[in-house]
Unconditional design. Structure first.
Length: 192
């Protein structure tokens, strides 16, 4: 057996453990319904994270504003990952404010705000989700390991108990992809 086979087996076990908890699937279905309702009520979704999670956030947003599986109307999802903004706020205020400042500017009551943190301890993600909560948004935490400081703080959470960020991020992205599918099945059933 190849040494890398273990990585595939670890990824498979992480996914199998996630699926084995039926509450994980139920929460995805409920959040898809809440996202669809937000879009129907002219609200939006905001998403952010650091590093690879920032890339996952951008991926989630572009599949709503662009296309996922079939042609449909564009849906309002914003990923906070503009380099100019991040370097401006990071320089003028501090790295812990890079997501909270745009959340102050763009978040409204009824929006759905998603923060990704594989450790559950990212100060900038926590600060922005707390601002969103104060503004009356629905808050969502995709976290890992033991949940860190974010555990139990927001409306929805998924804690992926992986040992490494890559395995955690793989499940986070799967959740995000299946949320998109769930929203499309509600709002655009003709595509399925």
């Amino acid at each position: 057996m190849s040494i890398l086979t273990n990585s595939f087996l670890t990824a498979q076990k992480t996914l199998n453990d996630f699926i084995a908890d039926s509450e994980n699937i139920s929460k995805v279905e409920r959040l898809a319904e809440d996202l669809a309702k937000a879009f129907q009520n002219n609200n939006k979704s905001i998403i952010f994270g650091n590093g690879g999670s920032a890339c996952d956030a951008a991926h989630f947003a572009e599949e709503f504003t662009g296309r996922y599986r079939g042609h449909r109307a564009s849906l309002p999802v914003i990923a906070f990952n503009d380099a100019g903004h991040i370097t401006c706020v990071g320089n003028d205020y501090g790295f812990e404010d890079i997501f909270s400042r745009p959340t102050e500017a763009f978040c409204n009551e009824g929006d759905v705000v998603i923060g990704l943190s594989t450790s559950g301890n990212s100060a900038n993600v926590i600060k922005a989700l707390d601002v969103a909560k104060e503004k009356g948004a629905l808050t969502v935490a995709l976290i890992g390991k033991d949940g860190g400081k974010m555990k139990g703080q927001y409306d929805y959470e998924w804690i992926i108990p992986g040992e490494t960020s890559d395995r955690i991020q793989e499940i986070h992205m799967m959740i995000l992809h299946i949320l998109i599918e769930g929203v499309e099945r509600i709002l655009f059933p003709e595509n399925y």
